[in-house]
Design a protein around this ligand. Structure first.
Ligand SMILES: C[S@@+](CC[C@H](N)C(=O)[O-])C[C@H]1O[C@@H](n2cnc3c(N)ncnc32)[C@H](O)[C@@H]1O
Length: 238
């Protein structure tokens, strides 16, 4: 029996799962399936793939499921082992798990995925804003991206509480949520019982968040989790 790291097996349901973090992925999928016969789903930061296994269990052939993990051994064979141990049918295995850094340009054509979600993962990405722009690029016109921001950690010392900072050229600090709310294809929502938010994003013709990454600090290099979590990314308005 392999020992399961529960932090990478949160799945879809409940407060700990995707639902508490970025809303109801089942409902997002149902929305897309009103307009399309089949939905292509991408979970960024897939862990063992529990959420993708659950989605396939619910929607069967109506969905194709894809994942992304950073580390080489967090691949499809690990997902298969996990699925077997947890009693999922082999029919529910994701179509593919890509091993790559999701903070870089993503190797998918524009308009590839109908649902994109990223539970418990944004904190690890070096360029969080580029990731949001890339998620928009690869989203279909019927699609919904539900992206957890994890933008605020009150347990960190004050200089590291905001995992995303935005500044203008005059050195004035801009509120991240107010900045994102200005984009008409983005809705900002509160994650359940957490001090941070997620966005629901739709496809529009021209989309650019107009920010340049100035500095990225891996907070876990200062003090490994569970002291500090993830990383901080500082942006300037272009
Ligand atoms: C805390 S786990 C969350 C797993 C799963 N979403 C869940 O809710 O159980 C974070 C995941 O993000 C992935 N990850 C971390 N940094 C990443 C990066 N730069 N690019 C892609 N995936 C990354 C890890 O491989 C891991 O699977």
């Amino acid at each position: 029996m392999m020992e399961i790291r529960q932090g990478r097996a949160k799945g879809l349901f409940g407060e700990k799962g995707a639902e508490g973090r970025l809303g109801n992925v089942i409902n997002y999928t149902k929305e897309v399936l009103k307009k399309k016969q089949k939905a292509k789903i991408l979970e960024v930061g897939t862990g063992y793939g529990r959420a993708l296994l659950e989605l396939k269990q619910i929607f069967g052939d109506k969905v194709e499921t894809y994942g992304i993990n950073l580390e080489k051994n967090w691949n499809l064979s690990l997902c298969k082992k996990y699925a077997k141990q947890e009693g999922f049918s082999s029919k529910n295995i994701p179509d593919k798990i890509y091993i790559l850094d999701a903070a870089k340009k993503l190797p998918f054509k524009s308009g590839t995925f109908d649902i994109i979600f990223n539970p418990a993962t944004m904190q690890y990405l070096s360029d969080k804003i580029q990731f949001i722009e890339e998620a928009h690029r690869i989203l279909t016109k019927e699609g919904i991206a539900a992206l957890e921001l994890e933008q605020y950690r009150p347990t960190h010392p004050v200089e590291y509480q905001n995992n995303i900072e935005i500044w203008d050229k005059e050195g004035k600090r801009i509120d991240v949520l107010n900045y994102l709310k200005k984009f008409k294809n983005i809705q900002v929502k509160k994650s359940k019982n957490r001090p941070w938010h997620y966005i629901l994003m739709k496809k529009v013709k021209n989309f650019n968040l107009g920010l340049k990454l100035i500095k990225y600090i891996n907070l876990e290099e200062i003090a490994p989790s569970p002291v500090f979590w993830g990383s901080k990314s500082i942006y300037r308005i272009l």
